[in-house]
Design a protein around this ligand. Structure first.
Ligand code: GLU
Length: 480
């Protein structure tokens, strides 16, 4: 049996972590078994539809690398994959149910239905439509809603691959609407038709569908079809570990992560571990490793906590795996001097958790790498060990002159070689003359104009010999 999974979003807005995590698990399972992953758009509720969401869903999945084998744009043997384009199929299934005695036209007006509902509420009973099945059924002319006539009013028990045995009593079985008066099918009906038609073997979705599963099972019974394997996803919890993740906690549009400069591989890695674990300590997984390691038997039952910091940590790990060139390219990084930027990447890699951070650093805390700083003589002299003698150069001036001279012959192959060539001057500076600090402080400040910056050797390596010497000379200039 070929494993066929599907992701069936409704185009009602942007994709958030919950939706994408479901898509990811379904995709991983299909890939693991060399099966197929289907994208199906469930757009039969035209009232809730939000314009542009279909494109948005596809863009989000593509960005993450969750490619579908069948679905909009790629088609496949069961095309079309957009439910509103499949109406004749649902009508055929409705006819089949009608012929088999498993459907009937809804004889009630909205008001009558409301009155029945109200009565049940007044009597503190759950409202069950099936208790009001009409005694004589009208002929269905296609202008009224068509209801399902549940064949077995019984307790259903089924196996969920993630939750184990689940069960619900007969109150969970009812005569739900198959087709609405406008001819559009309900979700309850058409997703079952499509899962059958598209030969879906595993249905993965959120726990909000558990309570309706008996309805779906009774439809499978009426159609004499075998239901798919159900796999319920754990819910995603906010940082308090109790409440479901809300927008405030970070349940944002997946494409916002793209804008903020997260790597899709990192987000995929993070989402995979939201409710699944490999059973080992491994945390970082490439998509290929995920496909290999993923197993629905290790999907947890309880909610998975969304931890922003872990996502940032993972993203940083993934960013660090990139070569410096790739880092610039993937991060769309730009600076006035691209060669200097490339040399600065190790420093950025150390600090940035997202490419958004990296971009901010280039124009913010690391802007001194690209723009010559304005220096404050008082700060430059902050670690000068001696009182100035009128007419004589300060100790800092002497030090900076020595450094500028030494720099001429420094080996610029790496930060390490720069450090090896210059550290000796700092080490040799006697304690009574301020030790290393009296050398490294003015050097670093002359180069960066900042009280906090990367170390001076990294600065020299990034700026290059010529620019470094120039900056030191400028610093000497303001001390004259
Ligand atoms: N269209 C449903 C939703 O977006 C899909 C549920 C399912 O996977 O069956 O919630």
């Amino acid at each position: 049996m070929t494993v066929r999974t599907r992701f069936a979003p409704s185009p009602t807005g942007f994709m958030h972590v919950g939706g994408v995590r479901t898509a990811l698990f379904a995709w991983l399972w299909a890939r693991k078994h060399n099966g197929q992953f289907i994208l199906r758009i469930e757009d039969t509720d035209k009232v809730r539809e939000v314009e542009g969401s279909i494109g948005h869903i596809m863009e989000s999945l593509r960005w993450l690398g969750i490619e579908w084998d069948e679905g909009p744009n790629v088609d496949g043997p069961h095309a079309p994959y957009i439910q509103s384009e499949r109406l004749p199929l649902y009508r055929r299934y409705a006819d089949k149910l009608l012929m088999g005695g498993f459907a009937y036209p809804d004889p009630y007006t909205e008001e009558e239905l409301e009155a029945l509902r109200q009565k049940a509420e007044d009597e503190k009973r759950p409202f069950l439509y099936r208790e009001h099945r009409p005694e004589t059924e009208m002929e269905w002319d296609g202008t009224t809603a068509l209801r399902f006539k549940a064949p077995f009013i019984k307790r259903y028990t089924w196996h969920d691959e993630a939750r184990g045995e689940l069960t619900a009593g007969e109150e969970a079985v009812d005569d739900f609407i198959l087709l609405k008066a406008d001819g559009y099918p309900t979700y309850n009906f058409c997703h079952v038709v499509d899962d059958i038609e598209m030969e879906v073997t595993h249905v993965m979705r959120g726990e909000e569908f558990i309570s309706s599963t008996p309805k779906f099972l009774s439809l499978y019974d009426a159609l004499e079809m075998k239901p798919p394997v159900y796999v319920t996803m754990p819910s995603i919890l906010g940082p308090d570990g109790h409440k479901k993740l809300s927008k405030r906690d970070g349940a944002k549009d997946i494409l916002d992560y793209k804008t903020e400069g997260y790597l899709p591989e990192a987000l995929m890695n993070f989402l995979a571990l939201l409710g699944w674990n490999p059973g080992t300590d491994q945390e970082l997984f490439t998509p290929t490793e995920l496909i290999e390691a993923f197993d629905i038997s290790r999907i947890q039952k309880s909610g998975a906590m969304f931890n922003d910091e872990k996502l940032l940590f993972m993203n940083q790990q993934w960013m660090r795996k990139l070569s410096d060139r790739e880092f610039i390219k993937k991060g769309n990084l730009e600076a006035a001097d691209m060669e200097r930027l490339e040399r600065a990447i190790p420093v950025i890699k150390e600090r940035a958790h997202t490419f958004g951070d990296a971009r901010e650093m280039i124009t913010g805390e690391l802007s001194c790498l690209f723009l010559r700083p304005t220096l404050d003589p008082a700060v430059l002299l902050a670690k000068d060990p001696k009182d100035p003698n009128l007419g004589e150069p300060s100790y800092t001036q002497v030090i900076l002159t020595t450094l500028a001279e030494a720099l001429e012959s420094v080996e610029m192959t790496s930060v390490e070689t720069v450090k090896e060539s210059l550290m000796g001057i700092a080490d040799a500076n006697p304690k009574e003359n301020g030790g290393r600090g009296a050398v490294l402080w003015p050097l670093r400040y002359a180069l960066s104009g900042q009280e906090r910056s990367p170390d001076p050797f990294s600065l020299i390596y990034i700026l290059g010999k010529e620019e470094s010497i120039l900056r030191i000379e400028e610093a000497l200039g303001i001390l004259e």
